[in-house]
Design a protein around this ligand. Sequence first.
Ligand code: NAD
Length: 507
Amino acid sequence: MHDVLNRLGLQSLNSGVCSSSWISNPSGGEIVSYNPATSEPLASVMTASRADYDRVIEQATSVFRSWRNIPAPARGEVIRQLGIALREKKDDLGLLVTLEAGKVLSEGRGEVQEMIDMCDFAVGLSRQLHGLTIATERSQHRMFEQWHPLGAIGIITAFNFPVAVWAWNAALAAVCGDTMIWKPSPVTPLTAIAVQHIVNEVFTRNGFPGICQLCLSDGPCVGEWMAADPRLPLISATGSCKMGRSVGETVARRLGRSLLELGGNNGIILTESADLDLALRAVCFAAVGTTGQRCTTQRRLFLHTSIADRFIERLIRAYRSMKIGNPWESGVLLGPLINSAAVDRMLAAVQTATDSGGEVLYGGRRIERPGHFVEPTIIRARSEMPIVHEETFAPILYVMTYRSLDEAIEQHNSVSQGLSSSIFTDRLTESERFLSASGSDCGIANVNIGTSGAEIGGAFGGEKETGGGREAGSDAWKAYMRRQTCTINGGGTLPLAQGVEFDLPEA
Ligand code: NAD
C-alpha cells in the first residue's frame, strides 16, 4: 500500500516548497505526516522560511505578467490536460488521501473525481468569461464590461478536503489568468506535494512553469504572511471560523479581497410527511460520512414529534450496523478522526452536552485501538444548549424535536453558521416554505437530499460566519478576476451623463 508514495513521486523528496521548480532544502521547520488510522508516520517534509516564501511570491507575480496575456482558451487547454493527468492518477491520489486524511477509499477517490470535474468545468469556462453589453443613455456610445485576470492569488486550504478545495480554486484561477500560491494544511502535506508533482509535469510540458506554486508551512505562519501581503490581491481561505476571522481582518486592513469558506453547523428538518427510508440513508451519510469531518456534515436533526421516536430507533439501529475500521478496507464506512486533538475535542463536546442536560442515545466514546477512532454519536439535545451552536469537527449528531415547521426553521436558523441545510418532506407547501426568503438562511438548501455531497456545477459556500464566499461552479469565477466597465464614444460630440452641461466659453 505504501508503494503509492513512490508512484506519486514522494520517495525521496524533502521539500514542501515549489515555485517554477522545487526549492531544495527550504529552511523552515519539518512536518511529519501521520496515518490517522494507525498513528504511524508516512513521511516528513521541510517547509518554507520567510525567505523561501518571498522567493515563491516574487516568482508568482513575475510569471503572472506573461500568463495574463495567454488567451483564456489556451489556458483552458492546459487545464484540460491537467484533468487527463488526474484521471491517470485517480486511484493512487485517492489512496493517498485515504492514508493521510483518513477518509474511506471511495471518498478519497471521490475527492480526486471532484478535481477532475473542476478541470472539465474550467475548460468550458475558458471560452465563456464574458461580460455584459449595457444600453447607454448617450447617443453613439457603447458600454460594456470585460473581465481581466487579477494577479497572483493565495489559496489556503483545510485538512479535510486536502486536494479538492485546491482544485475548486486553482482550475478557475488558472483559466481566469491568475497565478497562485497554495498553502495546504500542515496535517496533509503529502497529498499537496503529490498534486504539485502532477501540476508541474503538465504545466512545464506546456511551457508554463510556475503558474501554480506550493508553500508548505509547519503552522499557520505562511497563511498569515499571505493574508498580510499586498502582492496577493485575493486570498481564498478555507477552514475554521476562527481562521477566517483572522484572515478576513488582516486582508481587509490592507483593502485586499478575501474569499472565505468557513465552518458549518448544518441541520436537517424531518417533517411529518418525510419518506423515512430516504431520510435514514441521507442522515447517516451526512452525519457519519467522512467521520463527521466535512464542512457540510449534518450536526443537527430536527424531528417532528409525530415521527421522532420511530426515527431515532431506526437511526440507532443503522449506527450500530456501520463498520468502523481502516479506511482503505472494503465495507468500512467510518474511518478515524484526523488526530488525537480531534478526539479530545469530541469527548469534551460530549461531556459539555451531557453536563448541560443532553442525553447520549448512542456512542460518545473513544474506540481503544491504534489510530484516532471514535464511536458515531447521537445526543438528544435542546436547540438552546450552547454546545449545539458550536461546530465540533466529529461525528456528533444533536437530535431535537419540534411541533410546527415555523418553530423548526427558527431553531434551524438560530446558529451563527450558515452553510448547508435540508428538509425532508412530501409536501410542496413545506419545501416551498423552507426555500422561501423566510426559510433556510444557508448558502445551500436541499429538499429530500442530505446536507453534504454537493456537485461542483453550483456555487458552493455559506452565509453568516461561514464567510459568504462562493467557489466552484456557477459564476464563482468572477471572484478571481477584476471587472472593468468600458464606455466608447463613437460620435463626434461629447454628451455628458445625467444631462450635465459643461460648455466651455468660446476661446
Ligand atoms: P483550520 O482553520 O485549523 O486550518 C485551515 C487552514 O488555515 C490551514 O491551512 C491552517 O494552517 C490555516 N490557518 C490557520 N490559522 C490561520 C491564520 N490565522 N492565518 C492564516 N492561515 C491560517 O481548519 P482545519 O482544521 O484544517 O479544517 C476544518 C475546518 O475547515 C472546519 O471548520 C470546516 O468546517 C472548515 N471547512 C470549510 C469548508 C467550506 O467550504 N466552507 C471546506 C472545508 C473545511
